[in-house]
Design a binder for this molecule. Structure first.
Ligand SMILES: Nc1ncnc2c1ncn2[C@@H]1O[C@H](COP(=O)(O)OP(=O)(O)OP(=O)(O)O)[C@@H](O)[C@H]1O
Length: 217
């Protein structure tokens, strides 16, 4: 399997802990569903190794996460937060920032690709120089998505990426995501409270409320 997790256990809030397993082939998307507060973001943050699980293992291309240093794992399994964490500086600075970190140093974002993604995602070229702190919620979420694509991860963990987008931008977003997934060696997890992703190919589903009642084998 391209990306999987087995017997991943964690508690979210005060309810009984989860024990979750799932597996994705390249090109597939796991849609993580469940009511507000059930633990969807917690699962994505654990898979990005931003917080620990109490047990279990995730695997990228069959390699267990403990065999991969966390900065390298995080560059390959990239979390795009519900409230995007943008750095002080311009939008362009935000695109460049991951490339100043040791894991990606020596590379830089391709300006032509960045510009094309901005255009496809309906972001005006003037945004490039805008202070990232002044972006609207919908602009910030698309900037964070583009920044995630530019670092060329293998797995994208997308936490309500369309929540702040209008219908035109949502359609554009899913177009870009669908195209990205057609590339070799890519998969995604998606949290969404709407079903606007249903046209994407390769969908699988994990319902956390169900899983809590009936742990997966
Ligand atoms: N840093 C934290 N400290 C304490 N509790 C937390 C923390 N982060 C999340 N929680 C709690 O863990 C539970 C799961 O939160 P999580 O954000 O994973 O839910 P969610 O399913 O993504 O919700 P939503 O759909 O509202 O975004 C909630 O009860 C939340 O209050």
């Amino acid at each position: 399997m391209f990306f999987s997790f087995r017997d991943l256990s964690f508690a979210a809030g005060s309810q009984a802990p989860f024990v979750l397993s799932a597996a994705l082939k390249a090109g597939e998307i796991l849609v993580v569903r469940g009511p507000s507060g059930v633990g969807k973001s917690t699962l994505l943050r654990i898979l990005a190794r931003l917080q620990p699980a109490s047990g279990g293992t995730a695997y990228l291309e069959e390699q267990p996460w403990q065999d991969i240093p966390s900065p390298i794992w995080r560059a390959s399994v990239h979390y795009v937060a519900q409230k995007p964490a943008l750095f002080d500086g311009s939008v362009a600075d935000n695109f460049a920032k991951p490339f100043s970190l040791r894991t990606l140093s020596g590379t830089s974002p391709d300006p032509a690709r960045t510009g094309a993604l901005m255009e496809t995602l309906k972001l005006p070229p003037t945004l490039w120089e805008q202070d990232a702190r002044t972006l609207s919620g919908g602009e910030a979420s698309r900037v964070a998505f583009i920044r995630g694509l530019l670092i060329e991860p293998k797995v994208l963990l997308l936490d309500e990426p369309t929540a702040a987008l209008d219908e035109t931008s949502r359609t554009a977003f899913y177009g870009v995501l669908g195209d990205w997934l057609k590339g070799a060696g890519r998969a995604a997890l998606l949290v969404s409270h709407t079903d606007d992703y249903l046209d994407l190919p390769g969908l699988k589903f994990l319902d956390l409320a169900e899983s809590r009642r009936r742990p997966l084998p």
